[in-house]
Design a protein around this ligand. Structure first.
Ligand SMILES: Cc1cc2nc3c(=O)[nH]c(=O)nc-3n(C[C@H](O)[C@H](O)[C@H](O)COP(=O)(O)OP(=O)(O)OC[C@H]3O[C@@H](n4cnc5c(N)ncnc54)[C@H](O)[C@@H]3O)c2cc1C
Ligand code: FES
Length: 345
């Protein structure tokens, strides 16, 4: 991690200086940053930034949602939860402190209150580190829209695992239009609801679901459950929005029945074997080709590349326009080969 004094500006990356660190739980902390020239960061509530982090001798990229609100532009904040064995989350939680500088790409992401269809009544459902975009959306609405109606449903293993516990309680006490519902799986304290969140509990907690907008972020199984509870109640899914933090690992073909193809990158004079269970990103990285895989989940767009010839299967085209898709662009993290390929980065 660089100290501010040793920073040399990298084009297209914005230097962010850490100005505060707050321990949230035993395995999560919030970090506040300011820009090096104190100019505000332009972002929408719910968006993320991609940090470039040097770990050992490797340059890694990871996405972190901004938990701060654009309505308070004096700083931006992220909240990181430790992933067991994870390279960047452990590195940042172990080393990042005020005075350090990180480089970040400009904020991005479609999971935000401005671009997604939304009603003034929200239900924000999150679990674990998934609280970050939801709290940003809530904070922004509370600052800008007095008539907003927010149900904030947060799930954690136990009260000790509740991220931003004090801030959630403060918002609940300070705003009549912010209702906090804390669900814990074990050791509930006064005011907590014993989880897990099932269809009956969901219905009991949010009887007035119709007319609300759902934003949800958490583990895949959690969001799948919310989606199925909502659709079972004939919810208008145009107002259902979810964000995944976890790399897409579910492969269409298992490693056992994978078929091997050739991938060529003539631009760099390189070719490599790719099997149908691998993502393009895995193979491009192994071949040391210059691709950035920041989210590995098909949401950030950093791994966009073009299939010049060949057949592929893609799980996500989230950040691609229709023109991009027509021109052969894919997200390498979410795309697998179905024939020999020629690609361009
Ligand atoms: C749009 C977006 C926003 C994000 N916002 C946040 C945020 O606000 N706060 C936050 O803490 N994280 C957030 N993440 C996750 C973050 O980008 C990293 O994936 C996470 O910190 C793990 O990185 P790592 O280098 O420590 O783990 P890695 O070394 O990349 O992975 C180690 C192992 O953990 C698995 N893994 C990776 N990420 C996760 C995860 N999130 N949960 C469970 N298993 C995982 C990997 O598949 C791998 O097996 C976000 C991700 C995306 C795509
Ligand atoms: S790495 Fe983010 S979309 Fe592929």
């Amino acid at each position: 991690m660089n100290q501010t004094s040793t920073f040399a500006q990298t084009p297209a990356l914005m230097p962010l200086i850490c100005i505060d660190r707050i321990e949230e739980t035993a395995d999560a902390a919030t970090f506040a940053f300011r820009t090096h020239d104190a100019k505000p960061v332009d972002y929408k509530p719910g968006q993320f930034v991609i940090f470039q982090v040097d770990v050992a001798d490797e340059q890694l990229h990871r996405a972190y949602s901004l938990s701060s609100t654009p309505s308070r532009p004096e700083h931006v904040a992220i909240t990181i939860k430790r992933v067991p064995g994870g390279r960047v989350s452990n590195h940042l939680l172990d080393h990042l402190k005020p005075g350090h500088m990180l480089r970040a790409m400009p904020p991005a992401g479609e999971f935000n209150l401005i671009d997604r269809p939304s009603t003034g009544k929200l239900v924000l459902l999150s679990a674990g580190s998934g609280i970050t975009p939801c709290i940003s959306i809530a904070r922004w609405l509370l600052d800008t829209t007095p008539q907003a109606d927010i149900q904030f449903v947060y799930s954690a293993r136990s009260p000790a695992d509740v991220i931003m516990a004090a801030e959630l309680a403060r918002l609940h006490d300070a705003h009549d239009n912010f209702k906090l519902i804390r669900i814990v799986d074990q050791d509930p304290v006064e005011g907590d609801i014993q989880g897990p969140l099932d269809a009956a509990l969901f219905e009991r907690l949010i009887p007035d679901l119709q007319g609300r907008t759902i934003f949800t972020c958490g583990p895949a199984g959690y969001m799948q459950a919310i989606e199925s509870f909502a659709s079972a109640r004939d919810f208008d899914m145009k107002y259902f929005h979810k964000e995944s933090f976890v790399p897409a690992t579910a492969n269409a073909a298992s490693a056992d029945d994978a078929i091997s193809y050739e991938l060529q990158a003539p631009q760099f004079g390189k070719s490599a074997r790719i099997d149908s269970s691998q993502s393009l990103l895995q193979v491009l990285e192994s071949a040391a080709l210059p691709v950035i895989g920041a989210c590995r989940a098909g949401v950030c767009g950093s791994c966009k590349c073009r299939v010049v010839s060949g057949e592929v299967s893609s799980r996500s085209t989230a950040t691609l326009s229709e023109a991009d898709i027509a021109a052969g662009y894919v997200l390498a993290c979410s795309t697998q080969a179905r024939s020999d390929l020629v690609i361009e980065i």
